[in-house]
Design a protein around this ligand. Structure first.
Ligand code: GLC
Length: 395
């Protein structure tokens, strides 16, 4: 019989590495032998249920390679392997970031210990990271954070980025990857300077990234108050508010939020799970949320599938049931949707997502992503963040 708790612990332990005195969890032995930014936040969230010390170590190692300007890189190599051949221009880390859910993870760990020592230890790096995102990632003061590469969204080849990348809807995963490599080269030529890279090469203000930033700034604001850092707390609260307003002003249309590109905020009208992401930060009114759930969640022709919520609407011409981020189900996305639904009191829908997530694990194991129509698992095996289902179960 499948035992979620036992399996989650097994994966967290077997994917755990220690290098140079730092402990971290790799996403998977097959293909991802490094430490990833948002993966490690998910890992810490799960670890906080059964091993607080390991959860703390996961986050401390994550901030160990912070850049001068405060950016946290999306990959830390620790031990250089053959698996990743992309040259990001640095020896020990990549030169881009990933979705900012660090404050959420820190809060989860803190809440279970109420021990301020860990909070004090990680706080300065954490604050520098969010200050970097709020200031440096918004060169024209629009109150929205921009990404300079689709990989910064964590949804590498999502069709939300096709237009900004100038690629066709039926592009293969391999060609898409090559196109993103060209972007890395172009950004390298700009020395990864945000202002230059965004004005020349690629600039998307993505819905989920900004949703996570708003919610995490609110969390960080309360953590800052707890530590008596009044000025930081005010910075966080103020910017969470400004970003919420800006998202509404530039991204909201036809009842949902759309990612926007370039300085003039052109809307990218591609239907993806980003419609549900704002639930996570409470950015819809209760009425709007109800409409989103009725129109999009409960629609088998778009998002609702036998195994959960498709990352891309089936109505999109780019939809592909095995297309990596172009349709398949991902557990981290289920986790965000689950919490978003609960926040608004849609308990039956949340239960449905949880049940389907457990079913996927039982049927196909902890795989990187899943076919929404058949439940077949794809990509990396023993993929660590599948263990997020445990966190869904316990909240
Ligand atoms: C893939 C995913 C990304 C994840 C990484 C490591 O690149 O697209 O979101 O962080 O794998 O698991």
């Amino acid at each position: 019989m499948f035992n979620l708790d036992k399996e989650a612990r097994r994966i967290l332990e077997s994917n755990r590495w220690t290098t140079k005195g730092f402990q971290y969890t790799i996403p998977s032995h097959d293909t991802y032998p490094y430490q990833w930014l948002w993966d490690s936040c998910f890992h810490a969230i799960v670890l906080s249920h059964f091993s607080l010390e390991d959860a703390k170590k996961e986050l401390i190692s994550l901030v160990s390679h912070q850049f001068e300007d405060g950016m946290l890189p999306h990959m830390i190599y620790w031990v250089k392997a053959e698996a990743i051949k992309v040259d990001w221009g640095k020896n020990d880390t990549s030169t881009i970031t990933q979705p900012p859910i660090l404050a959420y993870a820190v809060q989860d760990v803190y809440e279970r210990t109420s021990n301020k020592a860990f909070l004090e230890e990680i706080y300065p790096s954490m604050m520098r990271f969010y200050r970097y995102l709020v200031t440096k990632r918004d060169p024209l003061d629009h109150n929205l954070a921009g990404i300079i590469n689709p990989d910064e969204s964590g949804e590498d080849n999502s069709p939300r980025f096709d237009k900004a990348l100038n690629v066709p809807f039926d592009i293969s995963n391999e060609t898409h990857f090559r196109r993103r490599l060209e972007l890395v080269e172009a950004n390298k030529a700009c020395n990864f300077e945000v202002e230059l890279c965004t004005s020349k090469n690629f600039w998307v203000k993505d819905v989920p990234f900004n949703v996570f930033l708003v919610e995490n700034l609110k969390i960080l604001g309360s953590l800052a108050s707890l530590l008596g850092r009044t000025e930081d707390a005010e910075f966080c609260t103020l910017n969470a508010g400004l970003m919420t307003e800006a998202m509404r002003e530039y991204m909201f249309e036809d009842g949902v939020f759309w990612s926007v590109m370039d300085a003039d905020h052109e809307k990218i009208r591609v239907e993806t799970w980003a419609h549900f992401a704002p639930l996570f930060a409470g950015l819809y009114t209760q009425e709007e949320a109800k409409t989103v759930v009725q129109t999009h969640f409960h629609n088998p022709k778009t998002f609702y599938s036998p195994f959960g919520i498709r990352t891309v609407s089936m109505r999109e011409e780019s939809y592909s049931a095995n297309g990596f981020w172009r349709g398949p189900i991902w557990m981290s996305i289920h986790w965000f949707i689950y919490h978003g639904l609960l926040r608004y009191g849609f308990t039956a829908e949340a239960e449905d997502i949880l049940k389907k997530s457990v079913k996927l694990l039982e049927l196909s194991g902890f795989r990187e992503y899943y076919n929404p129509e058949t439940g077949e698992g794809y990509g990396a095996k023993d993929f660590t963040w599948g263990a997020l289902v445990l966190d869904m179960m316990e909240k």
